[in-house]
Design a protein around this ligand. Structure first.
Ligand code: HEC
Ligand code: HEC
Ligand code: HEC
Ligand code: HEC
Length: 414
């Protein structure tokens, strides 16, 4: 029987020392590791978190997916299983062994990993740009080795406060310096919570160089222009040629234009507060970044360092203040949605009746696309409650821009 020397069961004989692995640093930094595995149930009853278990399901589960390999959520945030077995004993879904052909049909691509683990960087080194479109089979799984949301995504080498940076290649490759220009404590989150919808279009190194979403600027108006031109983040109706925005979570782009970003607040300031371990009394950075800051006393106390000036006296009051702002935004969003729906009917009628020349109709199509774009900037994904980006965006400007696009378009058609 052959004996492999120097090969642990976790890493293949050819893999280099695991610089980024959570398992490597789990024991040295137990508080950071265990907080990173935090999970919670949100107001819609959905499980949220960056834990290895949640991210594994997102990348590996045989669920209905779009061309990028992203899970397709229903309006209410639920998902549709393509094929599944549930093990009552372990309370986990048992994933069937799928052939490469089946993986392809299900759109289970390694591109999904480009914003889930730094192991994607290793796959990219091996496979080049085709790593975005190849199937997530056993070979690729052995490279990832269960290291979802690993330390190496945000730390270079042994984790410390001094080596925080965005390390995932996808965000940086298309970003033209955008990532590098952000505060590292915003960039680390932005490497996944961004507007990118290019994965299924990247087949070659040339594509990686060609796509430049920020070529007109990083504000939402400029980003719209680039996305509309590139034909990403829109679903085009074949019959009418009407494009409707399908973008999800452009959080980092929304955030940099928000009032609080301009004051130097970062994603980490609100989502990863410093906390004290009850047992040892030591202070550390809470790595449960997917927590809702409104459910964290540490986060709410941080808000008060500024908001006390507005007469907000307690963490409970701070929570109510945000919830009130969020309901206001949800109401404004409902109005905007109703307006885009009327715009759509008017546009469909105008296209069918050929009452306007084709240049005018194209202009109206673009304005409709823009209106739905700003609608999606507020309603960022089916799994969230509308309005809860209020602390992270200049929401008044988004509402105004969406309404302006509707008004301008309706005027063209009248
Ligand atoms: C490797 C990609 C990645 C990085 C980096 C990342 N996230 Fe996430 N985040 C995700 C994914 C994927 C989910 C969805 C998981 C789920 O369904 O709960 C998520 C979920 C969340 C949620 C819960 C969303 C909800 O619907 O309620 C919050 C909040 C969040 N992330 C904040 C952050 C912050 C803050 C940072 C930076 C410190 C960060 N994330 C870094 C990928 C990432
Ligand atoms: C999503 C990005 C992200 C990931 C992933 C991440 N960290 Fe961190 N880490 C941070 C940030 C941000 C800080 C705080 C930096 C600061 O305060 O200036 C930090 C700080 C630390 C520190 C310094 C001490 C402290 O608590 O502030 C340690 C140790 C640490 N992380 C360990 C880990 C370990 C271990 C892992 C993997 C299990 C990990 N981190 C994964 C973002 C991350
Ligand atoms: C000023 C504090 C603050 C900052 C800065 C901040 N957030 Fe949030 N974030 C919140 C609050 C508060 C909520 C929950 C609001 C609610 O539930 O009504 C939230 C919710 C979220 C959610 C879930 C909602 C959604 O639309 O998906 C995600 C994801 C998220 N934040 C990511 C980020 C990222 C990424 C950054 C940086 C680009 C960031 N946040 C910066 C306070 C902040
Ligand atoms: C560095 C100071 C500072 C911190 C820390 C801070 N804020 Fe703010 N925040 C402000 C200021 C200033 C404004 C008002 C900006 C304006 O009205 O132009 C504001 C506005 C807001 C708004 C209203 C946004 C709108 O569109 O009306 C919300 C919601 C909010 N903050 C939530 C939070 C939450 C939640 C936290 C903590 C997790 C927090 N803030 C932490 C300074 C801060």
């Amino acid at each position: 029987m052959a004996v492999l020397v120097g090969c642990s069961p976790r890493s293949g004989a050819t893999s280099k020392p695991a610089e980024s692995d959570s398992t490597t640093y789990k024991e040295a930094f137990p508080l950071q590791y265990s907080s990173l595995q935090g999970e919670r149930i949100d107001e819609k009853g959905l499980k949220k978190g960056h834990s290895i278990n949640i991210l594994r399901d997102i990348c590996e589960a045989p669920l209905a997916r779009d061309r990028n390999g992203d899970i397709l959520y229903n309006e209410d945030g639920t998902v549709n299983a393509a094929s599944y077995e549930y093990d009552e004993k372990t309370k986990r879904y048992v994933l069937p062994e799928l052939s490469d052909q089946q993986l392809k049909e299900m759109a289970l691509f390694t591109g999904c990993l480009s914003c889930k683990t730094s192991k994607f960087n290793d796959l990219y080194e091996k496979q080049g740009a085709s790593a975005f479109g190849s199937v997530y089979n056993a070979d690729a799984k052995s490279v990832v080795d269960g290291e979802y949301f690993d330390c190496g995504m945000c730390h270079s080498g042994s984790p410390s406060a001094g080596n925080v940076s965005a390390n995932l290649m996808y965000f940086k490759a298309l970003g033209e310096g955008f990532a590098e220009g952000l505060d590292p404590k915003t960039a680390v989150c932005g490497q996944c919570h961004n507007s990118y919808d290019y994965r299924s279009s990247i087949k070659t190194e040339g594509d990686l160089q060609k796509f430049r979403p920020y070529r007109y600027g990083t504000d939402m108006e400029s980003l719209f222009k680039a996305n509309y031109e590139d034909g990403v983040n829109f679903n085009v109706d074949k019959e009418t040629g009407i494009a409707t925005c399908t973008m999800v979570h452009p959080i980092v782009e929304l955030f940099q234009n928000s009032p609080m970003a301009k004051l130097g607040v970062t994603c980490v300031s609100c989502h990863m507060p410093k906390t004290t371990d009850q047992e040892s009394g030591s202070t550390y950075t809470n790595h449960f970044a997917a927590n809702n800051p409104l459910e964290s006393e540490d986060s709410l106390k941080y808000c008060l360092t500024c908001h006390e000036n507005q007469g907000i006296g307690s963490t409970d009051e701070m929570k109510s203040f945000v919830q009130q702002k969020a309901s206001g935004l949800a109401a404004a969003h409902a109005d905007l949605k109703a307006k885009t729906d009327s715009f759509l009917s008017a546009l469909e009628t105008a296209i069918k009746s050929e009452a306007k020349d084709s240049a005018t109709l194209d202009q109206a199509r673009e304005l409709y696309a823009k209106a739905t774009w700003f609608e999606r900037c507020i309603n960022t994904q089916p799994t969230i409650t509308v309005g809860n980006t209020v602390a992270m965006s200049d929401s008044a400007a988004l509402v105004a821009a969406g309404n302006a696009a509707c008004d301008e378009g309706m005027a063209l058609l009248s």
